[in-house]
Design a protein around this ligand. Sequence first.
Ligand code: ADP
Ligand code: MG
Length: 358
Amino acid sequence: MITVSHLSKTYHNADGSSLTVLKDINCEIQRGEVISIIGPSGTGKSTFLRALNLLDPPTGGSIIVDGEDILVNANANAIAKLRQKMGMVFQSFNLFEHMTVLENVMYAPVRILQESKEQAREEALALLKKVGLVEKADVYPSSLSGGQKQRVAIARALAMHPEAILFDEPTSALDPTMVGEVLSVIRQLAKSGLTMLIVTHEMKFARDVSSRIFFMNEGVIYEDGTPEQIFEQPVRSATKAFVNRIQKLVYEIDSDEYDFLQIHTGINQFCLKYNITPKADLAYSLVKEVLFTHMRNYRPLTLRLTHTEMNGVTALDFMVEKLQQSPLSDAARQSLRPQVTDLIEETTARGFRIKLVI
Ligand code: ADP
Ligand code: MG
């Protein structure tokens, strides 16, 4: 459906300097594929999507869509046609604030596809139903939550009967509590056979939903493969480092005056963000037990909650600097062991570390 060859993009800045963001992108996307694009920020993921949609025309290479090179004769008419075929959903929703939800969804089909108002309305209501928002049809976007706005934006993109949708970090601007509702709508679309390109930082989602993963790095598709290949057997070292990276939440506990409520909230938010809410209560109660009982007399200490998205390993790590031997008593060990998958006590160059894998 889409063939990209030697695509490049160089930005020329006002001060005469230039920045080549896309170096040499090559890929082929078949109809019905769901491709997640992952990679560090600043590597050109958004620029790539914007190039495909001609929001930001590339400076070299070709993009063939259904046999036509969209960079040749890219007049207003051809661009409008292309954008009808390839919808886009942005991080920042971009709804029309002065129109109701229903009007937002009906607008382009009436204006651009010349659908009758009745037909557009009927379709819009069906799409709002699909994204779970039919009861919000007559309200204005300002009264919606971020997750609801993004679902309206998806319905609006679908209203154009696109052949493909490009999503640019559709959940990055959302409060963690709202990520799930948007991802579940996208999951549902993935099953429907729509071609989708999704730039995302949600690794677990990318792994579940995609037929293929592009790992972008330094302006190229550095590695691509099935989710199994990219997440379990990445070939190149930068891919390995990226997928194995560890998410951390760190607190320095200097005295007994620390803000325990903040730690509690932090743990909950962290678990929500990385889709491990079932572990939140256990993490919290272990932190409480260790800080209040087993390691009450060890201050300062550093508490770290870590999560490796790739293998799903979550751990709590309590580090006391310059300490040589374990602060845990036998009773403490006996209390902790049944609650955790692994209890590691180790001396490190920095001090003594207790690690609880949960
Ligand atoms: P990603 O989406 O992977 O985080 P982007 O595609 O947004 O990366 O940006 C890649 C690089 O291009 C960044 O260094 C960014 O500063 C630069 N860039 C993006 N848009 C412009 C622009 N309009 N002018 C100049 N530089 C830009
Ligand atoms: Mg981006």
